[in-house]
Design a protein around this ligand. Structure first.
Ligand SMILES: C[S@@+](CC[C@H](N)C(=O)[O-])C[C@H]1O[C@@H](n2cnc3c(N)ncnc32)[C@H](O)[C@@H]1O
Length: 200
């Protein structure tokens, strides 16, 4: 099945995300960028067009690798000056980095998301950061919003329609050494920070 039309164009993807998150759009990236210290290497899984890098990390002394199954998105990441890898993360090896990050993409690994979190922890030298939607517009009573939401969850490889509730996420992360968890401004995503080790 081909990916949703939203995943075929980086500008369209950004526009749809900006509409969905409204005035909290910038905060969803800024919140994650602020958790990453200068000097760190970042591996961003399911990075999309690499907005975390292009708008929030590029001007800082941080190295960045974006991994996504969508070649068009990865091309954007490479054009912006970072490293980009096209890979299906359900089986591909995760590159090592100080911070291994995944934003709004864990649901792609349902019904069993635990193995990808375990693999992220194995690849991280310092911390794993997962931010995942808990208020999903796929359940919206507004048909257009609901349709856009379903489209955003469709990366073209089946299994779509499955999403996390906050209680599901809490249950999943109970098995991991979570340093802190909190909601992003607007409350649409929950962030889990797993500490692997401290910097020396
Ligand atoms: C909702 S977007 C999130 C993009 C970005 N993290 C952000 O927050 O802006 C989900 C991304 O996951 C990617 N994706 C879905 N399944 C994947 C898989 N198995 N391996 C790699 N990337 C995947 C899609 O191509 C898409 O770019």
């Amino acid at each position: 099945m081909p990916p949703s039309v939203i995943y075929r164009s980086a500008p369209l993807y950004e526009l749809v995300m900006a509409v969905l998150y409204g005035r909290h759009y910038a905060a969803r990236y800024k919140t994650i960028a602020e958790l990453i210290p200068d000097g760190a290497s970042v591996v961003d899984l399911c990075c999309g067009p690499g907005v975390l890098y292009t708008r929030y990390l590029r001007r800082r002394p941080v190295s960045y690798i974006g991994v996504d199954s969508n070649p068009g998105f990865v091309r954007r990441v490479i054009q912006s000056g970072a490293l980009g890898i096209v890979a299906d993360l359900s089986s591909a090896e995760i590159p090592e980095g100080d911070y291994v990050v995944m934003q709004a993409s864990l649901y792609h690994f349902l019904p069993n998301a635990k193995p990808i979190v375990e693999r992220m922890i194995a690849a991280a030298r310092e911390r794993v950061i997962v931010a995942e939607p808990i208020r999903n517009i796929t359940g919206s009573r507004f048909r257009l919003l609901s349709a856009i939401g379903r489209s955003l969850t469709d990366a073209g490889r089946g299994g779509e329609g499955l999403r996390f509730k906050e209680s599901d996420l809490d249950l999943l992360f109970r098995d991991f050494p979570v340093e802190k968890s909190f909601l992003i401004p607007g409350g649409r995503e929950k962030v889990f920070v797993i500490r692997k080790s401290s910097r020396v």
